[in-house]
Design a protein around this ligand. Structure first.
Ligand SMILES: [Zn+2]
Length: 155
């Protein structure tokens, strides 16, 4: 298989770092390690790393702050907000954080304002239910983070 050739470089950590934290495109990553862009995409799929929904979002980071009127989604501070002016807890502009909406849909109720939805892989735009974890309040969320910081091996 072709993809084995880059297995030592295109690790899940490397891809998440470049693609999500540094907002590079798959093309830019491929230039970095001098391979075909399709290889990068294959590895992303192989490791189940989500792709950005809006292909243009990585080109212009400023564009992320402008609402996307097609989808009604707003990208700000790394989070995705959805325009829902009828929501009980929308902000003044009528937006609700998408990851909270996903959790609410799953629970079948509104989240209390003190409840916190955490992103398991730390990618704030990755709002798949399986990437989300609910905490009762900031305190529980913070202590969770303090626990996972020194990565102790559990057996
Ligand atoms: Zn968190």
């Amino acid at each position: 298989m072709k993809r084995k050739k880059y297995l030592h470089i295109l690790t899940p950590d490397f891809l998440q770092q470049k693609y999500w934290r540094e907002s590079m495109s798959t093309y830019q990553i491929s230039q970095l390690i001098k391979c075909d862009p399709q290889n990068v995409r294959n590895y992303m799929k192989f490791f189940n790393i989500p792709f950005r929904q809006n292909k243009k979002s990585h080109i212009n980071r400023k564009g992320k702050k402008a609402p996307n009127f097609k989808t009604g989604k707003l990208f700000s501070e790394g989070y995705i907000r959805v325009y829902k002016p009828t929501h009980l807890y929308c902000n003044k502009k009528g937006y609700v954080l998408e990851h909270r909406l996903v959790m609410e849909k799953y629970l079948g109720r509104y989240l209390k304002p003190e409840e916190i939805v955490h992103h398991r892989n730390e990618i704030r735009e990755d709002n798949r239910l399986k990437n989300l974890k609910l905490f009762k309040n900031t305190g529980q969320h913070t202590s969770f983070h303090n626990k996972i910081k020194p990565k102790k091996q559990k057996r």
